[in-house]
Design a protein around this ligand. Structure first.
Ligand SMILES: NC(=O)c1ccc[n+]([C@@H]2O[C@H](COP(=O)([O-])OP(=O)(O)OC[C@H]3O[C@@H](n4cnc5c(N)ncnc54)[C@H](OP(=O)(O)O)[C@@H]3O)[C@@H](O)[C@H]2O)c1
Length: 367
């Protein structure tokens, strides 16, 4: 291997039918590329099972692309996947991370429509984005504009898309209609607020009380929230007595009593969509909500939608979201960037069993 490293690039290409991922040094000498990455060999507590490693970037297949990652978020679903509690199968050892953004470094010999320097995001899940250098199938990548912010791009495919679909696919919302949601400060909730604002829809946002509640309310209001209430304040809120219409759509991020509370304020024949279970409590639906209010309850899972949706629908959603982002109508969620070496901080906060993490943790691979 040492001898190989000293060979010229041409010589190596002859030796390897697959394209070798190499770094060309001065004097035409080459060195194999190393990827800095996180990996787990068993399911369990992320703080115990996720390890840092450096390993050689594999050879590039004809339809593959070498990507230098810029950023990748730590989402609740990533944590649940590492714990072995998420309903998707991964083979071990596995590199975590479902979404992220990077620059194309090198393309396989049959990749015609991408070139070095393109900014790309992962369009399919389970590709393992928590690494600075990665070889991905061409089909897993989508080009995004260079002007799109790294954090917006890195977090585009999960929460903005989930918010967009839930606001589009269940109820035909018109200007001045009202959407109520819990977890209003979640990354997904922040996207709901901003998309609604852009579409002229009002939002009633329920959050948990905390010492810095006034800062949180101010932040969400600046994003475009029409109302922000703590769970306690919501119980005595009078806004549905004439100030605003009753919501036709409720978005349930939390479950348990919090989800049941949303139903109390929702309109007759409205729809509640459950997409998260942050309280780890089952969804509670009082019998009266079904019988006397004819409320429909649905679930939504972005992964499932992606499996069946036509390419044009995906393209249209992506374009709409990017347009909102580029015009600053859709900002990235509150976040903290952490370097790969500090990944434990990101895991610890993303894991916080009682919540109150306060922001989305994003792995930052830039030097
Ligand atoms: N179905 C789908 O396709 C889909 C797509 C995207 C996300 N999701 C789900 O949506 C949820 C939010 O995801 P995200 O990325 O937006 O998460 P996030 O930014 O980390 O936000 C988490 C939210 O959950 C709340 N929370 C945390 N622990 C809680 C607890 N014990 N009881 C009540 N609330 C709690 C937090 O509120 P505090 O600030 O009060 O802690 C915060 O609002 C997750 O369950 C995720 O898996 C589902």
């Amino acid at each position: 291997m040492t001898a190989l490293k000293a060979l010229s690039k041409t010589a190596l290409t002859v030796l390897y039918p697959r394209q070798k991922c190499t770094l060309v040094l001065r004097g035409n000498q080459i060195r194999n590329l190393m990827s800095r990455q996180l990996v787990y060999n068993e399911f369990g507590d992320p703080l115990q099972v996720v390890k840092y490693r450096e390993c050689e970037v594999p050879a590039l297949g004809k339809q593959e692309v070498l990507v230098r990652m810029l950023a990748a978020p730590v989402n609740p679903a990533d944590i649940n996947t590492i714990q072995g509690k998420y309903p998707v199968k991964v083979n071990l050892p596995s590199i975590p991370g479902n979404e992220g953004v990077g620059f194309v470094e090198q393309v396989g010999s049959e990749v015609q429509d991408l070139q070095r320097g393109n900014k790309v995001i992962l369009a399919t899940s389970l590709q393992g984005t928590w690494r600075n250098l990665a070889v991905f199938p061409r089909t897993s990548l989508t080009v995004v504009p260079d002007a799109l912010g790294n954090v917006e791009a890195a977090t585009l495919t999960v929460n903005p898309c989930t918010a967009f679909r839930m606001l589009s696919d269940f109820v035909c919302l018109k200007k001045d209609d009202v959407v109520i949601q819990n977890g209003g400060n979640s990354a997904c909730g922040q996207n709901v607020i901003q998309i609604c604002k852009a579409w002229g829809i009002k939002t009633v946002n329920v959050v948990r009380d905390r010492p810095e509640i006034s800062e949180l309310k101010k932040y969400l209001t600046n994003l475009g929230a029409t109302y922000v209430f703590t769970e306690e304040e919501m119980r005595s809120a009078q806004i549905f007595k004439g100030e605003v219409k009753k919501p036709m759509l409720g978005l349930n991020c939390v479950g348990g009593k919090s989800g049941a509370q949303l139903l109390r304020y929702m309109n007759h024949s409205s729809t509640m969509v459950t997409y998260g279970g942050m309280s780890r409590e089952p969804v509670i639906v009082p019998t009266s909500a079904f019988i006397f209010k004819n409320i429909s309850c649905h679930g939504f899972w972005m992964t499932e939608w992606n499996k069946h949706a036509p390419a044009e629908a995906k393209e249209q959603m992506k374009d709409s979201l990017i347009k909102l982002m580029l015009t600053k109508q859709l900002k990235a969620p509150t976040h903290k960037l952490v370097k790969l070496k500090d990944f434990e901080e990101a895991l610890k906060n993303a894991l916080a069993p009682q919540g109150f993490a306060g922001c989305k943790y994003i792995l930052d691979f830039t030097d």
